[in-house]
Design a protein around this ligand. Structure first.
Ligand code: F6P
Length: 358
C-alpha cells in the first residue's frame, strides 16, 4: 500500500536536520515509492493542518542537492512550551492530513509532547533524537552535537591566540543549561584550562588558585575557561556574590567579575558568549552521516510498521527503542566519574569539585 508520511522538526534547531529530511524523502521515494510531506513549525503546522510537499526531484538547482550542507531546518521549528491545550484539534489533524505515519525529529522535550499526542491520537510515530546539548537518554549520538562541538573548538582556537597576545583570561560561555556535554567535549578538544559544567559545583577560590598555579608554576600568562551557561557554583560563592548576579549578567560575566574581585583587578578577563552561533552553521560530516542513517532507518521502521520508537545509536548500531523508555530516563547528564572527567583532570584541567577529591 502506498503510504503518505509526514515529517516535522521540533524544538531548538541544529545543523543536520535537513540531512534527515533529505534521507527520509529519498529513501521513501526511491525504495518504497511513498509520498512524504513536511509539517511546517511542528505542532503549530499540525494544529493549522498545513503541509509542504517534499519531493526529491523538486529542488530545481541544476542537480545540486542543497540539503546536505544547509544548517537550520527548511520546515521551520518551534521551541516554546507545550501545545497540549489544543490537543483535541491536533489529534484530529493526523487523520485530516491523511497521514499513515509521522517522523518527528526533536530533543527530549519535543519528543515527549509529540509522543503524548501520538499516544492519545493513535498516530504511527517514529522519533529521531536531535539536540546540541546531547542530553537525550539511551543514545550515543544526537544530531547537531558534533557540529556544535566543532564550532566551540574553532572559537577556542581563535580566542587562544588573542588571549596569549594580551596575557588575558578568556571566558567562553557555551550552551548547556542542565547538561555539560558541550562544554566538556569542546573544552578538552580545544585545550581549555578550566571547564565548568552544571553537574559539578566549582568554587571561585579553586578556580582562582588554579589560575595562580598556571601562572606561577607553568609560566602561563593567559588561560581559557569554558563555562556552560548552567554551571553551578558552590554555596559559599553564591553567598559572597558581588553585584553581578548570574541571572542578571550570565555565568561567563559572573565568573569574570569574581576573578576580578579575587585578584584585585590584576587579572584581565574578557567574556565571549557564543550563544546561537553554536546552533548554526554547516553540519559536520559526522552529523550528516548520523542524520542520514537516522532518516533512512526511520523510513524502514515505518515499512515494518514498528511504531512509537525512537532511533538510537548504541555500540555502533542504530536500533529502535520504545520512546517511553527514553523519556523515563531523560535527560542524560555528564557522568562525573567518567573517563572524560578523569582525562580532563589528568591533563590538569580544573573541572570543579569531583566527589571523592580531597
Ligand atoms: O537546544 C537547547 C539549547 O541550545 C540550550 O542549550 C539553550 O539554552 C537553548 O537551546 C536556547 O534556545 P532558544 O533560545 O531557542 O529558546
Amino acid at each position: 500500500m502506498k503510504k503518505r508520511i509526514g515529517i516535522l522538526t521540533s524544538g531548538g534547531d541544529c545543523p543536520g536536520l535537513n540531512c534527515v529530511i533529505r534521507a527520509a524523502v529519498s529513501h521513501a521515494t526511491l525504495t518504497y515509492n511513498w509520498e512524504v510531506v513536511g509539517i511546517p513549525y511542528a505542532t503549530q503546522g499540525l494544529l493549522e493542518r498545513q503541509t509542504v510537499p517534499l519531493n526529491m526531484h523538486g529542488w530545481d538547482l541544476r542537480g545540486i542537492d542543497p540539503l546536505l550542507n544547509m544548517g537550520g531546518t527548511i520546515l521551520g521549528s518551534i521551541n516554546k512550551g507545550d501545545t497540549l491545550a489544543s490537543a483535541s484539534e491536533i489529534l484530529a489533524s493526523y487523520e485530516a492530513l491523511g497521514l499513515d505515519a509521522l517522523i518527528a525529529v526533536g530533543g527530549d522535550g519535543s519528543l515527549k509532547i509529540i509522543h503524548e499526542l501520538a499516544t492519545l491520537g493513535n498516530w504511527n510515530l517514529v522519533g529521531i533524537p536531535k539536540t546540541i546539548d546531547h542530553d537525550v537518554a539511551l543514545t550515543e549520538r544526537s544530531i547537531g552535537f558534533d557540529t556544535a562541538v566543532n564550532t566551540i573548538v574553532d572559537a577556542i582556537n581563535r580566542l587562544t591566540f588573542t588571549a596569549a597576545s594580551h596575557d588575558r583570561v578568556m571566558i567562553v560561555e557555551v550552551m548547556g543549561r542542565t547538561a555539560g556535554h558541550l562544554a566538556l567535549h569542546a573544552g578538552i578538544a580545544g585545550g581549555a584550562d578550566v571547564i565548568l559544567i552544571p553537574e559539578l559545583a566549582y568554587s571561585i577560590k579553586g578556580l582562582f588558585d588554579h589560575l595562580t598555579q598556571l601562572r606561577d608554576r607553568w609560566r602561563r600568562k593567559f588561560a581559557i575557561i569554558v563555562v556552560a551557561e548552567g554551571a553551578s557554583s558552590c554555596l559559599e560563592d553564591i553567598e559572597n556574590a558581588a553585584s553581578c548576579t548570574v541571572a542578571k549578567c550570565g555565568r561567563g560575566q559572573y565568573i569574570a567579575d569574581q576573578i576580578a574581585s579575587c585578584s584585585n583587578n590584576q587579572i584581565d578577563t574578557r567574556v565571549s558568549v557564543l550563544g546561537h552561533i553554536q546552533r548554526g552553521g554547516i553540519p559536520s560530516a559526522l552529523d550528516r552521516l548520523t542524520a542520514t542513517v537516522y532518516g533512512k532507518t526511520a523510513v524502514d521502521l515505518i515499512a515494518q510498521e514498528k511504531y512509537d520508537q525512537m532511533l538510537a545509536w548504541q555500540n555502533g548500531q542504530v536500533i529502535p527503542i520504545p520512546i517511553n523508555q527514553v523519556l523515563d530516563q531523560s535527560p542524560s547528564l555528564v557522568n562525573t566519574h567518567s573517563y572524560l572527567i578523569e582525562t580532563a583532570q589528568a591533563l590538569g584541567i580544573y573541572v570543579g569539585k569531583v566527589t571523592g577529591d580531597r
